[in-house]
Unconditional design. Structure first.
Length: 263
């Protein structure tokens, strides 16, 4: 009975520990398509803000630099996808998708077609960049992704002079995968890398993105809970059960029989 009660208590404790993790894993509500941005910025300072899970569209010209920005928090592995719709008549074009962090450091892609060449007459080209997992803390000399604002830059890097200025359409979408405790590190930043837009007068200020307003739905450092807590609690519970079981086995089940003194 003692073993049964101990096992029941352990399972109950484990269920309570797993509950927050299950809550964090729930998908976020889908973004309203009607409110999706329909233009892009032309520099880091005017990058158009987009939320993760939201598709943004923009019209531009071949040779333009198109910028968007999005927030990424600890434990997330962002994936940026872009589609460029090309005019009916054009020469060979090479398009490139770059991602920068809040310090404007270019981040390497783990995998994905970051650069692609569209042959003459191709109607569209698709690009993708899967970043490394965002870390809560890193050495000052390292180039690890850190929580904060990230910038997406889309541009044509190889275009014939005759194609410069041709109209193009673009669509960008950002999704993230929660990696969990396997990417957890000790330490954290005092503040996320979220720069603010510089003060500008008049209409130019209204057009500038206020980057300080970008943050995840649950706030920064929302990933403080990870499955490493679950595995730590599970290991402690299993160790306790092993100790109780070992004691029960070595103690024996009955008292030794007494030998009659007259025998």
């Amino acid at each position: 009975m003692r073993m049964v009660r101990a096992l029941s208590a352990a399972l109950l404790t484990l269920g309570v520990a797993v509950a927050p993790a299950a809550a964090d894993a729930s998908p976020s509500p889908s973004q309203d398509g009607a409110s999706a941005p329909t233009r892009a910025g032309t520099s880091f300072r005017t990058a158009t803000e987009i939320e993760q899970g939201q598709s943004a569209t923009a019209s531009g010209s071949t040779g333009d630099y198109l910028y968007w920005s999005f927030p990424a928090d600890t434990g997330q592995r962002p994936t940026v996808e872009a589609t460029v719709k090309l005019p009916q008549t054009h020469g060979s074009q090479t398009w490139q998708l770059d991602v920068y962090d809040g310090l404007r450091r270019r981040q390497a892609c783990q995998y994905g077609a970051q650069t692609r060449t569209a042959a003459a007459g191709t109607s569209s080209v698709e690009l993708a960049c899967v970043l490394r997992t965002v870390r809560a803390w890193s050495e000052p000399w390292a180039n690890d992704p850190l929580p904060g604002t990230y910038y997406v830059r889309l541009t044509a890097t190889g275009v014939a002079t005759a194609d410069l200025g041709l109209p193009v359409g673009s669509e960008v979408r950002v999704e993230s995968k929660e990696i969990g405790g396997s990417a957890a590190v000790d330490g954290s930043l005092a503040e996320p890398l979220v720069p603010g837009a510089a003060a500008k007068p008049g209409q130019e200020r209204e057009d500038a993105a206020v980057l300080a307003g970008l943050e995840p739905e649950d706030g920064w450092a929302s990933g403080w809970w990870s499955d490493r807590w679950v595995w730590t609690a599970t290991g402690g519970i299993l160790a306790a059960l092993a100790g109780v079981g070992g004691y029960a086995l070595t103690r024996g089940t009955g008292r030794p029989s007494r030998v009659p003194s007259g025998a």
